[in-house]
Design a protein around this ligand. Structure first.
Ligand code: HEC
Ligand code: HEC
Ligand code: HEC
Length: 104
């Protein structure tokens, strides 16, 4: 009995932990995808790398327009779980990292 309750609580916790990841954001927006989309699919819905650069032009530095060129989406945007800004491998851009976490 106790064990069942513990497993149930653990299950609920895991389900809640990533309730706001990119997969969940898309589900909530009514986008039905069977699996993690390919980069080509991301681009076909969200526009070209250039247009993404325009959408985030107010961010400094611009994550979609930098000396790194066209970085793979999932180097920053995690479909499942926590996103992580790849620029942090070499820099410290806390505001950009926070913006990424907010947007998921
Ligand atoms: C079938 C179309 C489709 C695909 C494929 C898709 N998206 Fe989306 N995405 C949407 C829609 C619709 C929304 C919710 C509306 C919006 O915010 O644009 C959204 C929301 C987002 C957001 C949140 C935007 C915000 O306003 O904060 C991000 C980030 C994002 N998608 C990134 C990605 C990435 C990265 C991929 C590929 C791994 C991807 N999307 C694949 C349609 C798609
Ligand atoms: C592999 C290491 C590495 C990664 C990853 C990396 N950078 Fe850099 N970046 C550098 C180096 C080296 C320089 C030049 C030296 C300097 O001025 O700091 C630089 C310089 C810069 C500069 C100009 C100098 C400054 O600090 O203002 C900006 C802006 C910048 N990078 C943004 C980014 C962004 C945005 C990303 C992620 C998309 C990124 N970098 C990822 C290594 C990296
Ligand atoms: C270097 C890290 C990085 C990479 C690589 C990256 N993004 Fe982003 N992206 C961000 C950050 C940071 C934001 C700002 C957070 C926000 O506004 O949601 C963002 C925002 C977005 C948004 C919301 C734009 C808006 O309307 O404000 C979309 C959609 C998006 N990214 C899609 C993509 C797609 C698709 C790819 C791959 C082609 C990609 N990103 C690659 C870091 C990245």
């Amino acid at each position: 009995m106790k064990k069942t309750a513990a497993v149930l609580i653990l299950g609920l916790f895991c389900a809640a932990a990533f309730a706001s990841d990119l997969a969940a954001v898309h589900q909530k927006a009514g986008v039905r995808l069977k699996a993690e989309p390919t980069e080509q699919q991301c681009l076909s819905c969200h526009g070209s790398y250039e247009s993404l650069g325009e959408k985030t032009a107010a961010l400094s530095p611009n994550p979609h327009r930098s000396h790194m060129g066209r970085v793979q989406c999932n180097a920053c945007h995690a479909w499942k779980g926590r996103s992580r800004l790849m620029c942090q491998d070499c820099h410290n851009f806390p505001e950009l990292e926070a913006a990424l976490r907010r947007g998921r």
